[in-house]
Design a protein around this ligand. Structure first.
Ligand SMILES: Cc1ncc(COP(=O)(O)O)c(C=O)c1O
Length: 455
């Protein structure tokens, strides 16, 4: 079958697939069908190359086609791909749990292996509830999270999320989930300016706790850098304040490091970058770098202790997913994390991440760029119709998606929401790669400005 005929067939057959968060009919008009990936480059079915400046979607942190990971997985594939998950364990699962316990900050010690970010945040929620149930605080069940945050697509994770458009089709969601405004210095929900604001966005959480009664609240979940609203980096005081509130009210702090983990902030975890350690952390995406679905929830020794007992104590964590501790996925994670730690990628991420942030400032030469923000290997730019007033583009004009399309035509894959664009290249990216990325982004922004701004 010729490539053209095969593509026609695939495009027609696409109607059998729900594409993530997309209208399949729209994708079908001009689908990008990716076939191969090597390093920073992915190639579509027509042979067109793209720079993957988003690591898939903040996932492929070690780059595509890493030979060491492929070989480790091939070995495991030949040895064992599955074992009875209730009552048996495999070597890679134990080794991965041990490795994770060594690389996360103390006192995080104990690991539940999973498949996806949604499972990891949902598991964190269930751990928090069962923890309080069996440690003398059975009324503690509520969870506080932030508006505009994304914690995943399953009903518990969605209930913690704060993106109205992604929740609406599934409402009513679960009971006991409270939301507070996010830390958005560019568009402060209180109309205040940092630092005169005294970080009101963090301090309001204590008020909400008091009004709800702390004895009913189990956890506060935060993604240390909020990506869903366009890469919002918290003021340096924010996470320490939240940690302190949790400590004083016996509330568990959960970090959703699904995106920020495994080098994305320029250090191994946002926990390292911001110097704050939660009681529970959710990990996914970069953990297995996309070589296999893989995620984990890691809890502190204090939380784990409540689940450590004899059979007659009935304190075991009554939770699991069939594929959670899959030996092939665990092997992918072991090999991928080892590559990240032992081949200089983490150091590269710190150096090139600083360069990415520096080059990000150049985006201000484009009149539609209102705010550039980021940390390490994550960068976002909010696009506005008027930089002085910060007015967004009118409804129906989606400059972020226009830039995304313009860049894709030029061979660059990045993130684009209606009003922002974002980049999250792999940890193997060089300064020269960043320059190539910005060449294309500049051209894409020029094109969109010519189209979207009045002459
Ligand atoms: C911060 C954050 N948490 C959780 C999730 C859910 O992860 P998954 O899509 O793997 O279920 C995502 C997904 O993008 C995310 O960005």
């Amino acid at each position: 079958m010729s490539t053209a005929t095969m593509k026609d067939t695939l495009v027609r057959d696409l109607e059998h697939l729900f594409v993530d968060m997309s209208q399949t009919k729209v994708i079908q008009r001009n689908p990008t069908i990716i076939r191969e990936g090597h390093g920073l480059t992915v190639t579509d079915i027509d042979g067109k190359d793209y720079i993957d400046a988003l690591s898939g979607i903040w996932v492929v942190n070690i780059g595509h086609g890493n030979q060491a990971v492929i070989e480790a997985m091939q070995e495991q594939l030949k040895r064992l791909t599955f074992s009875y998950p209730v009552g048996t364990v495999t070597e890679p699962a134990i080794q991965l749990a041990k490795l994770l316990s060594e690389i996360v900050p103390a006192p995080l010690t104990t690991v539940k292996l999973l498949n996806s970010g949604s499972e990891a945040t949902e598991t964190a929620l269930k751990l928090a509830r069962q923890y309080f149930l069996q440690s003398g605080h059975p009324r503690k069940y509520k969870v506080i999270s932030r508006y505009l945050a994304w914690h995943g697509a399953t009903m518990g994770a969605l209930s913690m999320s704060g993106v109205a458009s992604l929740k609406a089709p599934f409402e009513p969601l679960l009971e006991g989930f409270l939301h507070v405004p996010p830390h958005s210095c560019y568009r402060c929900p209180y109309g205040l300016a940092y630092s005169a604001c005294n970080v009101a966005c963090a301090r309001v959480i204590e008020k909400v706790l008091e009004w709800e009664d702390p004895e009913t609240v189990a956890a506060i979940i935060v993604d240390p850098v909020m990506v869903a609203p366009g890469v919002l980096v918290p003021p340096k005081e924010y996470l320490p304040i939240v940690r302190d509130i949790c400590d004083r009210h016996n509330v568990l702090l959960i970090f959703d490091e699904v995106i920020t983990g495994f080098g994305r902030t320029g250090q191994l975890f946002a926990m390292n970058t911001f110097g704050v350690v939660p009681d529970i952390v959710a990990l996914a995406k970069g953990m297995g770098s996309g070589y296999a679905p893989l995620a984990a929830t890691v809890c502190s020794d204090r939380v784990a202790a409540a689940f450590w007992g004899d059979a007659e104590d009935h304190v075991e964590f009554m939770h699991g997913h069939t594929f959670g501790a899959n030996p092939l996925s665990a092997t992918a994670g072991l090999a991928s994390i080892t590559q990240l730690l032992q081949t200089g990628m983490l150091e590269n991420a710190a150096r090139v991440g600083a360069y990415l942030q520096q080059r990000g400032q150049d985006l201000y030469k484009h009149p539609i760029v209102g705010d550039v923000r980021g940390i390490g290997m994550m960068l976002g730019a909010e696009l506005v119709a008027d930089r002085t007033t910060r007015a967004p583009f009118p409804a129906g004009v989606a400059p972020g998606q226009m830039v995304l399309a313009a860049c894709k035509r030029r061979g660059l894959i990045m993130r684009g929401n209606p009003n922002w664009i974002a980049f999250g290249p792999p940890m193997i990216t060089t300064e020269a790669d960043i320059d190539r990325i910005f060449e294309i982004v500049d051209a894409g922004l020029d094109e969109v400005e010519a189209e979207a701004l009045p002459a």
